[in-house]
Write a protein that binds this ligand. Structure first.
Ligand code: NAD
Ligand code: FES
Length: 292
């Protein structure tokens, strides 16, 4: 069992949980993730390790409540515990060692960005973070990221920071000067747009993919993606890949069938729980498995 030590809300449907997991806290590296089961028999959820404190023996998970399983997980309170936390899983990020990096985080994808930005900053790399949300209330981790370098915050509706998508800000940053690498995490259309934007100038670009995952050990094939014409498994070969080689169309197609299943499970849960969670569920449009 993994007790929950802390809990806070970052946006209307994004929650931060600090969870006791001493061994994982000691050895995890940027880019790695865990698979959690809130309770016996619960769905297995892949979640990025957004932060860790080896001294305190805790890891930080940032969860977007997009369906029944993620809502069950974020309903847990400090003092309660998560049944299973398996990890660290996946390959660690190949972090730039000097030069300039631009980290683009869309919505809850910004949580995946945080350990990368911390690692890059430790390496002495100059980091510009570009983060975005639909409106002010959906922007997360701005203050935390600003400890490690410049942050450009964007909102789709212009209610805070720079108006427009993160990709519009990226276009200006690319024009401004040389960049050694771009890391991008967020919705698939965002990552695809970033890849197309950096391709003409051949800026090395890394994306963290979020296909459906089940076992997380390369056995089930659920997380297969096509990269450079090869079939790879995001859980063991990734989750980060060269953005210019990713088949984003296939990734998007493979995510879409699960939306209907998740919508049905969510509606069933809300019928049981009543109207008090209707506000949050209105935002729950992303597919199952998108919790990272
Ligand atoms: P969202 O839909 O609110 O978008 C967040 C930001 O991404 C927007 O504010 C905008 O700046 C940018 N964006 C969105 N669509 C874009 C487009 N077509 N072109 C350019 N920029 C665009 O995001 P959200 O609801 O917070 O995030 C949910 C999505 O993020 C889910 O689909 C989830 O699967 C994905 N996600 C992926 C990972 C990963 O590891 N790759 C991690 C977390 C979340
Ligand atoms: Fe099963 Fe990756 S999650 S192969």
């Amino acid at each position: 069992m993994h007790p929950i030590i802390g809990k806070s809300k970052l946006s209307p449907n994004v929650t931060r949980l600090v969870v006791e997991a001493p061994r994982i806290a000691q050895i995890r590296q940027a880019g790695q993730f865990v698979i959690v089961r809130a309770a016996e028999g619960a769905e297995r959820l892949p979640l990025t390790i957004a932060d860790a404190d080896a001294g305190a023996g805790t890891i930080t998970l940032i969860i977007q409540a997009v369906g029944k399983s993620t809502e069950d997980l974020v309903a847990l309170e400090p003092g309660e515990a998560i049944r299973d936390v398996v990890g660290p899983l996946g390959q660690a990020t190949d972090l730039l060692e000097h030069g300039r990096a631009v980290c683009v985080g869309g919505g809850v994808g910004t949580a995946v960005m945080l350990p990368l930005v911390q690692g890059l900053s430790r390496n002495g790399v100059r980091v510009t973070s570009i983060i975005g949300g639909r409106s002010r209330e959906w922007v997360i981790l701005e203050e935390e990221l600003s400890r490690y370098g410049e942050v450009i915050t964007c909102t789709d509706d212009g209610s805070y920071g720079r108006p427009g998508f993160v990709t519009q800000a990226l276009a200006d940053v690319i024009t401004d000067g040389p960049i050694d690498v771009v890391y991008a995490v967020g919705p698939v259309p965002m990552m695809r747009a970033v890849a197309e934007m950096t391709r003409p100038s051949a800026i090395p670009t890394v994306v963290s993919l979020n296909p459906i995952m089940i076992d997380g050990t390369g056995m089930c094939g659920g997380c297969r993606v096509s990269v450079g014409g090869k079939t790879l498994y995001a859980c063991v070969d990734g989750p980060e890949f060269n953005a210019h080689e990713v088949d984003f169309g296939l990734l998007s197609d493979r995510l879409s069938p699960y939306r209907d299943f998740e919508k049905a499970a969510l509606e069933k849960r809300h019928c049981q729980l009543g109207p008090q969670i209707a506000e949050v569920s209105a935002a729950a449009t992303a597919p199952v498995g998108a919790a990272r």
